[in-house]
Design a protein around this ligand. Sequence first.
Ligand code: SIN
Length: 281
Amino acid sequence: MFEIRPLSNALGAEIIGLDLSQPLDDATFSTVHAAHLEHMVLVFRDQQLTPEQHILFSRRFGDLSGHVFDQFLLPGYPEILKVSNKKRDDGEFAGLPQAGRRWHSDLSYTATPSLGSLLYALEIPPEGGDTLFNNMYRAYETLPESTKVRLEGRKAEYLLGSARKYYTAEERPPLTPEQLAKVPPAHHPVVRTHPETGRKALYVSHSHTVRILDMDEAESEALLAELTEHSVQPEFVYRHKWRLRDLVFWDNRCCMHIAEPPPPEYGRHMHRTTVVGDRPY
Ligand code: SIN
């Protein structure tokens, strides 16, 4: 048997005593699935996973997507994105650098954004490089009624941060014209309904939401800033301090996350799988 221990009042739980390198029987899988829906972020400690085992566990939740930065997919494993601050001998980045430096939900800039992501820590710095997660159900539920009414039926435009030129070429390679063509803007509801729990969650982020549609630009900017500030207040946030060989699985339909940069002298190297989700409604 394994244990499920909540990690904060906001969201997150750790799973102790479950070996994900072994196939999970249906009853165990159901318990993990239910815990994921309840806690939104699950931290599986002490995992020894090959890329195949990481992929097999991730696939229990749905199909996996690659990534527009296809040069950072693990050779032979197009389902795994390398996230890394390290450089190879030839001076190129070993994985996607500067990943997640602003609050966001993975792939919210695509037509069918991600259900969840599973990030596996292969090398961590002795300090720094934490990842923070927030609870977007609570962010929605605690909005003033007048704001909820203002948001009802509203849609917004979402665009990948790199397509918005957030990064210098030194921080992250710019998208090639072919990559840019794969990430046109997407339109989604500002408040989405989680397809499994039926609960409403706020769905805008600093990184990917460009503007609220059918709204004056200044009003949209101000509202997005207000919603972002509201949704990342400390009581809605869990800070994850990584341990080596943690596998963290978060629900992109009801959380955002942000990665703090590790001290530059230390390596941080992770493998991420990304489960495909539904079109938000
Ligand atoms: C990401 O945004 O998926 C990267 C998160 C991290 O590196 O902690």
